[in-house]
Design a protein around this ligand. Structure first.
Ligand code: URA
Length: 235
């Protein structure tokens, strides 16, 4: 959509509209490489605007969300097989990207943001953000299996970092456990449970660092609170 150049400049945080008009008349602004000295209409999708030789862009509003990802939805912005994606179920105007991923068959807490710094901090291995899952697993693990789970398991070509597993409830041939890990390798919880011969039957993430899933139902989302955003920025 076309808009006046000085309005676009203000939207980009260059200066007020009034001050932007002055910059234009001082011939400090170019559109697609041509210096302009009067008000023109521009299309932000198509035109490149520079002030003093530097490209300007609209300041993007930062969005931080937590979604309860349902089972059967893919953690991606697009899917080559046309499966439903997490951004489709959000139905918002801003573009956001998932922070890390949950498997197609896993439900629960998924952060989504357009703030690259936060994505970096939350997914960088050196930050070791705690991730907590509720896992219904086949059978009931023995003390030895629990100990080996906690101290580190050999999976493919790596050994997992120390983690935690607590049995919350025992059923006939399955148990409900709470599992805490500090890494984020592909299908890690499922692989760890396979390694102790108690495959995952259902998996849900309930916490990442200080961010909790809380009462959100599958498919529901909320914006992070100021305190949660502050916490993420300070990781
Ligand atoms: N571990 C898994 O195995 N799957 C997930 O979705 C998340 C952690």
């Amino acid at each position: 959509m076309k808009e006046r150049l000085q309005k676009y400049m203000a939207k980009c945080g260059v200066a007020s509209r009034r001050k932007s008009e002055e910059l234009i008349s001082q011939e400090r602004v170019s559109v697609n490489g041509e210096i302009v000295n009067q008000i023109v209409m521009i299309d932000e999708e198509l035109d490149t605007v520079k002030v003093d030789g530097k490209i300007i862009r609209p300041e993007e509003k930062k969005v931080h969300l937590v979604l309860n990802k349902p089972v059967g939805v893919i953690t991606s912005v697009k899917d080559q097989f046309n499966r439903k994606t997490v951004t489709e179920i959000l139905n918002i105007d801003e573009r956001v990207y998932p922070v890390g991923r949950l498997d197609y068959d896993t439900s629960g807490l998924l952060l989504l943001t357009n703030d690259g710094d936060i994505t970096y901090k939350m997914t960088h291995p050196s930050h070791e953000v705690e991730k907590v899952y509720l896992a219904r697993i086949k059978g009931i693990p023995t003390m030895e299996e629990i100990e080996s789970f906690k101290s580190g398991l050999k999976i493919e070509d790596y050994v997992t970092a120390p983690s935690d597993i607590k049995i919350l409830n025992k059923y006939g041939n399955s148990s409900l456990t709470q599992i805490t890990i500090h890494e984020g390798r592909n299908r890690q919880v499922r692989k760890m449970c396979n390694a102790i011969s108690h495959p995952v039957l259902e998996l849900k993430r309930i916490r990442m660092g200080q961010i909790e899933l809380g009462v959100l139902k599958p498919g529901e989302w909320r914006e992070l609170t100021e305190a949660e955003i502050e916490y993420l920025k300070n990781i």
